[in-house]
Ligand binder design. Structure first.
Ligand code: HEC
Length: 184
């Protein structure tokens, strides 16, 4: 599959860029006559690294791009992550959550939906830095509203997000989904 190959080779490129300085640093510490502390004992990453970032490989240069390991293709993300989580919002009007457990389930689902927009925006998944980001941000915005309204148990506000959600999918699909046409 062509898209998959592209994504994989882009990931491999990132991996090479991250690993190269490590190899060079280890090489120079050996050449230094063994008086230096081994590179592996220096902290791998500065403490201020964001906690959500994947752990850098031991000894990676501070600030190096973390290696992104993707679990799914774009199609897989749509079908297995974004479609089911957005359906929970599209069809929220069918039944109001009855108890804390059902509200918590919606919270979890809408948090996942909102954050999935960031997954779409991650390099090298992002198709460009302009229209793609704008379209993904529409999904982020509506997802964040859904998450907050679920937390506040604001049912009517959730029901009212339907059009905004629909528009967020539609906008990106018109621009980037092969063969997709806007419904009249
Ligand atoms: C930022 C862009 C973007 C956003 C936002 C987006 N999609 Fe997609 N979607 C795509 C792309 C690109 C494809 C084509 C993927 C492919 O075939 O490789 C796609 C394809 C799909 C598919 C078809 C998958 C298949 O079987 O081929 C479904 C279903 C889908 N999206 C659902 C959604 C829903 C629901 C939303 C909104 C909640 C959404 N998407 C938001 C980019 C986006």
């Amino acid at each position: 599959m062509r898209t998959l190959t592209l994504v994989l080779s882009a990931a491999a490129l990132v991996a090479i860029q991250v690993l190269t300085p490590t190899v060079a640093a280890q090489g120079s510490s050996t050449a230094g006559g063994g008086t230096q502390a081994p590179v592996a004992q220096t902290p791998a990453a500065p403490a201020q690294t964001t906690p959500t970032a994947p752990a850098a490989p031991a000894g990676a240069a501070p600030g190096a791009t973390p290696v992104m390991l993707f679990a799914a293709t774009m199609k897989g993300l749509m079908v297995d992550l974004i479609f089911p989580t957005s359906n929970a919002l599209f069809y929220v009007s069918r039944e109001e959550p009855k108890n804390g457990v059902e509200w918590a389930q919606l919270e979890l689902t809408f948090l996942t939906l909102a954050e999935s927009a960031n997954v779409l925006m991650a390099a090298p998944r992002a198709r460009d830095q302009g229209q793609w980001m704008d379209d993904a941000r529409l999904l982020l915005n509506v997802g964040v509203k859904a998450y907050r309204n679920a937390k506040a148990k604001n049912y009517n506000a959730l029901v009212e997000l339907n059009d905004e959600l629909y528009e967020s999918c539609q906008s990106c699909h018109v621009h980037y989904r092969p063969g997709y046409r806007r419904r009249p």
